[in-house]
Ligand binder design. Structure first.
Ligand SMILES: NC(=O)c1ccc[n+]([C@@H]2O[C@H](COP(=O)([O-])OP(=O)(O)OC[C@H]3O[C@@H](n4cnc5c(N)ncnc54)[C@H](O)[C@@H]3O)[C@@H](O)[C@H]2O)c1
Length: 331
C-alpha cells in the first residue's frame, strides 16, 4: 500500500490529538481530526469522503454516510461497543469494522473486585452511618451489621471471557472459592484456566458474590431477573459491570427493597445516563457507579496505542486485529 494513506478521526474524547499527530507524522500518514459528534451528516461526509481509515467515537456511521465514501476500507471504533455504526452497510461495501475490546480489561476486572469488596466490607454504606451517628454524638455501626469474612466465600462468575477470567486470576490469593457459568467457553480455554463449569442456577444459588461478565445479546438480556434473583442466598451480593441490559433493574429493586438479597453494585445502565427515577437510587443496599469501569489514565493511553497498532497492521497488511465483520474482506 502507498505510504500516503489518509486517516480521519471524526470525534475524540482525549484532551488533544498531539500524540496522534506526532505518531501519524512519523508514519507519513495524512492525518485529519475533527469534533463532529453534533455535526450534520453532510459535514461528516465532507470530512471523511476521501479517507482510507475512519476512526470514530460517537459519530453515527449510517448507510447514507457510507454511500458517500470513495476510499474507506477500514473503520475503527474507539471503544468496545459499536451501536453507532451500521455494520451490515459497511459489510455490503467491503469495509471492515474493528473495535478495541482489550484496552480496559484490568480496569473492569478491578472495578468488579472493588465492588465485591465494597459490598463485603460495606465501605460505601458505612459513610452514611458515620455521618448520621456522629451528628447524634454517637459512634455506632450496628445499623450495618452483619458482615461476613471474604476469605472462604464463594464468588460466582457469569461469563469467563477476557474480563471474567481476569477476575478469576486476580482473586486467586484472596482465599475465595469459585463457581463459574459459561456455556460457550471452549474446552481448551476451560482446561487452560483449570476450572469447572456449572449451570446458571447452581452458580446463582450457591455463591456469596455474583459478578456478571457476559456480552449483551438476545440470550443474555435480563439474564438477571425475578426468577434468577430468587435463586440467590439472602446474604449474597450481585455486581454488574458488563452491560445494563443484562439486569432487569425493576426486579432487582424489588428483591433489594424486600431484603431478599444482601445488596447489589451496578456500574452499567440500560439507558445512560439513567433517569432520575432509576429504581436503585437511594436504596441503602445498592451501590451505583457511573459506567466508569473502563476508565483509568492508563487505559486512555492504551486505547490510543491499540488504534495506532491497528492502523499499522492495516498498512503492513497483517490486520485486522479485532474485526467485527471479517466477512467484509471478501465482499
Ligand atoms: N463497564 C465497562 O466500562 C465495560 C468495559 C468493557 C467491557 N464491558 C463489558 O464487559 C462484558 C464482558 O466483556 P469481555 O471482554 O470479557 O467479553 P468476552 O467476549 O471476552 O467474554 C464474554 C464471555 O461470556 C460468555 N457467555 C456468553 N453467553 C453467556 C451466557 N449466556 N452465560 C454465561 N456466559 C456467557 C462467553 O462465552 C465469553 O466467555 C461485556 O458485556 C462488555 O461489553 C464493560
Amino acid at each position: 500500500m502507498a505510504s500516503k494513506i489518509k486517516v480521519v478521526i471524526t470525534d475524540y474524547i482525549e484532551p488533544d490529538m498531539a500524540w496522534e499527530t506526532a505518531e501519524f507524522a512519523k508514519r507519513g500518514v495524512d492525518f485529519k481530526y475533527y469534533q463532529l459528534k453534533s455535526a450534520s451528516e453532510a459535514e461528516v461526509s465532507a470530512a471523511t469522503a476521501d479517507a482510507d481509515i475512519v476512526v470514530v467515537n460517537m459519530v453515527k456511521i449510517t448507510p447514507s454516510l457510507i454511500d458517500t465514501w470513495k476510499n474507506v476500507k477500514l473503520v475503527i471504533r474507539h471503544g468496545t461497543g459499536y451501536d453507532n455504526v451500521d455494520v451490515p452497510a459497511l459489510t455490503a461495501k467491503g469495509i471492515i469494522l474493528e473495535y478495541i475490546p482489550d484496552y480496559c480489561l484490568h480496569e473492569v476486572a478491578e472495578q468488579a473486585i472493588a465492588l465485591m469488596f465494597a459490598c463485603a466490607r460495606k465501605v460505601v454504606w458505612s459513610r452514611k452511618i458515620v455521618d448520621d451517628s456522629v451528628k447524634r454524638g454517637e459512634w455506632d455501626f450496628r445499623e450495618i451489621i452483619p458482615m461476613f469474612r471474604m476469605d472462604g466465600a464463594t464468588v460466582g462468575l457469569i461469563g469467563c471471557g477476557r474480563i471474567g477470567s481476569l477476575v478469576y486470576k486476580k482473586l486467586q490469593h484472596f482465599g475465595v472459592k469459585f463457581l463459574i457459568c459459561d456455556p460457550y467457553l471452549s474446552e481448551k480455554r476451560r482446561a487452560a484456566l483449570g476450572i469447572e463449569l456449572h449451570s446458571l442456577e447452581h452458580v446463582m444459588s450457591n455463591s456469596d458474590f455474583i459478578t456478571v461478565h457476559t456480552p449483551l445479546n438476545n440470550e443474555t438480556r435480563y439474564i438477571i431477573n425475578a426468577k434468577t434473583l430468587a435463586y440467590m442466598k439472602p446474604t449474597a451480593y450481585i455486581v454488574n459491570t458488563s452491560r445494563g441490559g443484562m439486569v432487569n433493574v425493576d426486579d432487582l429493586a424489588e428483591v433489594l427493597k424486600a431484603r431478599k438479597i444482601a445488596g447489589a453494585a451496578i456500574d452499567v445502565f440500560e439507558k445512560e445516563p439513567p433517569r432520575a427515577d432509576y429504581p436503585l437510587l437511594g436504596l441503602d443496599n445498592a451501590i451505583v457507579t457511573p459506567h466508569l469501569s473502563w476508565y483509568s489514565e492508563d487505559a486512555g493511553q492504551t486505547i490510543r496505542e491499540k488504534i495506532m497498532q491497528d492502523v499499522d497492521m492495516f498498512i503492513d497488511g497483517t490486520g485486522p486485529r479485532c474485526p467485527v465483520n471479517p466477512e467484509a474482506k471478501k465482499a
